[in-house]
Design a protein around this ligand. Structure first.
Ligand code: SIN
Length: 477
């Protein structure tokens, strides 16, 4: 594919032609895929100004009119699915089949919120006397700033952008430096859909420059972020100065529990689906497994067979299941976790040999994992499955909840009573019961504890971009 030298999108213009650029490289080959301008503070300020001007017009459109724009936007993304998926694989590394799936997943948020925007309801509340009427109305928050991650270069933008636009807000996104080309392609789709200038804007610029400018602006009313808990905490502190509305989708440390009455095939399939998506680089990937003694041998032997079938390679090649990790830093973290487990007495039964060149890492199965190992206490963000044997479901729940994080948890049991109680006992925002792939546009995605604040997707996802206004009307008798 020809190199892509793309620009930032600000107030309906493609900008930065004369700015210094940086390279975007393919993690599978280390080759240059394209360039982007290093956006400046002036670009961010121009985006804020553009988004503010556009807000005045966009917020007064009817929900139907905004829905029509979003519908056209959705159609453009679908029409350009293959092109966007290839770019996504080139800059992120994920296998092409996953990239195609991600583009559809990204489009599904636009489609869903094109409809949901028509269902933003207020309320009328009975008052305590005849002289008053009480109404509650919903209004768009205003100009929104978003900081999105590299692991889902398309879907993490549309999961924020689509509900924001549907609610009547205007939007500025800062995609990461690893995967800005996919983001620029989404901006092209928005432009082709005729979305008015300034309603969506994109500036690729260093994190600090973006957040500093955004945080100082009184125009930007909300910041929405997907990324690490560490950066999320910093943004939350900075947002306090202006009481900026903030949504945070942060790190996970997902447990996956297999109870002894589980359907082994379903549990193995769910583990593979959850663990190896994007080479283990999702916030909801199963990070650590707790398997009950009665099913342990059968489950582990079947899981081993399945892991051995996975193909590692360049995501553009046929039949690849696992692409490279995003960069050397990500690779080193995985190596550290596996080496730590080895030193503390675990058995590496598949992978873990460093057979592939960095940043490729073999799918790895670790048995005999323990609470004191890094792979059981920190998010590995790689294709590593550590398994700890447990005796009871109480032990599994205790270990699963013993973490400051609370994004996603999974368990496998065929027993209705056990399953229902597990859902209630696990302190997580997203629960997969006999299911390893819970993400969906119509469902609320988000975490408890240090995994974040707020929800994206579903009815909750649009609520995040709405203010509640209470109107008290005095009525003469
Ligand atoms: C994430 O890793 O943050 C998102 C994963 C998903 O939407 O399924």
């Amino acid at each position: 594919m020809k190199e892509l030298n793309l620009l930032n999108y600000v107030a309906g213009e493609w900008v930065g032609e004369n700015e210094e650029t940086f390279d975007i490289t393919n993690p599978a080959t280390n080759e240059r895929v394209g360039t982007m301008p290093n956006g400046t503070k002036e670009d961010v300020l121009a985006a804020i100004e553009g988004a503010q001007a556009a807000f005045e017009e966009w917020k007064v459109l009817s929900a139907e009119e905004r829905s029509d724009y979003l519908e056209k936007f959705y159609q453009r993304v679908i029409e350009r699915q293959e092109e966007i998926a290839r770019i996504l694989t080139l800059e992120n590394g994920k296998p092409l089949k996953e990239a195609r799936g991600e583009v559809l997943y990204a489009a599904s948020f636009i489609k869903w919120y094109a409809e949901e925007g028509k269902r933003v309801y207020g309320r009328t509340i009975p008052s305590k006397g005849p002289g008053q009427r009480i109404q509650v109305m919903k209004q768009p928050v205003g100009v929104i700033a978003a900081i999105t991650p590299w692991n889902f270069p398309a879907a993490m933008i549309t999961r924020k952008l689509a509900p924001a636009l549907a609610a009547g807000c205007t939007f500025i996104v800062k995609p990461p430096k690893e995967t800005p080309l996919t983001a620029a392609k989404l901006m092209e789709c928005a432009e082709e859909a005729g979305i008015p200038s300034g309603v969506v804007n994109m500036v690729v610029t260093p994190n600090e420059a973006f957040s500093e400018t955004i945080q100082q602006s009184e125009v930007v009313r909300k910041l929405t972020f997907t990324g690490s808990t560490e950066v999320g905490k910093l943004l939350m502190k900075q947002s306090a100065d202006q009481m900026k509305n903030i949504s945070l989708e942060l790190g996970g440390q997902a447990p996956l529990i297999v109870l002894d009455d589980a359907d082994v095939e379903a549990a193995v399939e769910g583990t593979i689906a959850s663990k190896f998506r994007n080479a283990g680089q999702t916030c909801i990937c199963a990070n650590r497994l707790y398997v009950q003694a009665g099913i342990y041998d059968e489950f582990v032997s079947r899981l081993k067979e399945k892991i051995e079938e996975l193909n590692v390679g360049n995501g553009l090649e046929e039949n690849v299941d696992i692409g490279p990790l995003i960069n050397q830093k990500g690779y080193e973290k995985v190596v550290r976790h596996v080496e730590d487990a080895k030193e503390k007495g675990a058995d590496i039964v598949v992978g873990g040999q460093g057979q592939y060149e960095a940043p490729f890492y073999e799918p790895t199965l670790i048995l005999g994992a323990k609470e004191n190992m890094l792979c059981m206490t920190e998010e590995t963000f790689g294709p590593v499955v550590p398994v700890q044997k447990v005796e009871t479901e109480e032990e599994a729940i205790r270990l699963a909840n013993d973490t400051p994080f609370g994004l996603a948890a999974y368990y496998f049991t065929e027993n209705m009573n056990r399953g229902t109680k597990m859902a209630e006992a696990l302190d997580y925002g997203i629960i997969g019961w006999n299911h390893g792939a819970p993400s969906a546009a119509q469902a609320p995605f988000g975490g408890m504890k240090q995994s974040g604040l707020g929800r994206e997707g579903g009815a909750e996802g649009i609520e995040a971009f709405l203010e509640t206004k209470y109107l008290s009307i005095g009525i003469k008798s």
